[in-house]
Design a protein around this ligand. Sequence first.
Ligand SMILES: Cc1cc2nc3c(=O)[nH]c(=O)nc-3n(C[C@H](O)[C@H](O)[C@H](O)COP(=O)(O)O)c2cc1C
Length: 381
Amino acid sequence: MRLKQCHNFKDFRKLAQRRLPGPIFNYIDGAADDEVTYRNNTTSFEECDLIPSVLRGVESVDMSTTVMGQKLDLPVYCSPTALQRLFHHRGERAVAAAASKYGTMFGVSSLGTVSMEELRKTYSTPQVFQFYFHKDRGLNRAMLERAKEAGVEVLMLTVDSITGGNRERDLRTGFSIPFKLTLAGMLQFAIKPMWGINYVTHESFKLPQLDSHVDMSGGALSIGRYFTEMLDPSMNWDDVAEMAEFWDGQFCLKGIMSGDDAKRAADVGCTGVILSNHGGRQLDGSSTAFHQLTEVVDAAGDRLDVMMDGGVQRGTHVLKALSLGAKAVGLGRYYLFPLAAAGQPGVERALGQMRAEIERAMKLMGCTSLDQLTRGNLRFR
Ligand SMILES: Cc1cc2nc3c(=O)[nH]c(=O)nc-3n(C[C@H](O)[C@H](O)[C@H](O)COP(=O)(O)O)c2cc1C
């Protein structure tokens, strides 16, 4: 199977599975507990149907949107994800380059593997910095200052990871940073030598957002332990108010799921919220962003930009979310599998397909701009 044969999410996932050692594939593909929420994320889009309007003259379609003060050519963006250079040796560089080509925003994780400064200097498309709130207040302040100084446009505080999700696939393989594999996990690396050759012949693995504060040489820091030992479970609304004031710019909370919390976010000075259950990787049994979208959009009114992510695999999923009032939609595994499968050309191919699908679906819906998508376009069964 090759890149040219990848026509949708499932094809990219299959190609990524062939290229990646099992523990890494399962880190991306996996979710918490029984992965119920993970599965529901995609199927929730299928509980409602689009109602097209015809004969409207749709020769040219404008897919641009403005969200968090950023003008994007597409209503989708690359949501921040950790450890991208493990998936492909160019990691964040490949994703940022592809996002720039398509005129959209990309996220850089606190657990990113390329520095936010390098990415900000190299690519001109809007950049989000995803922030985790650490126990070490000095580290928090230093990270916010770095992001400000680098010229990052949007700060995104993730609020759904107050403790680590129970990711059983990672427990089975021994996935951690640095690797501390189980025997079965090691065997899975041994049968993917190309990945290993690429990994050892490129720049060594780093977490440049954290490395001045975290000593990684002392042993394995599993992702679960990062969440439970380094992040601050006492984080509350007062902390958010303080951060938003300090940031003094576009500031959103990622992982809001209720109308009440959205109102509270606006009250403490946030400019946006992202409905998200972290791709099903945190609270299994949680509702889906799509199910909660109407409640949050209504609560937000015009005080907040509302975005959502989780399970998006098709242009029609994006259209359904925009019809309920989301301003933009985040992609996670949708670009991670293409990154793992083929680096920058993979991510470009996936974003190109997403753009084509959104454009085609808008034409078939009889819409020439995103503001024509309304709740009237949808019927829940
Ligand atoms: C491998 C992986 C790593 C992720 N790392 C982060 C992260 O570091 N910070 C964060 O806020 N969200 C992270 N996420 C969540 C994504 O930003 C996004 O919310 C989620 O992937 C959306 O679901 P989807 O993958 O079904 O599109 C990660 C997701 C995946 C799959």
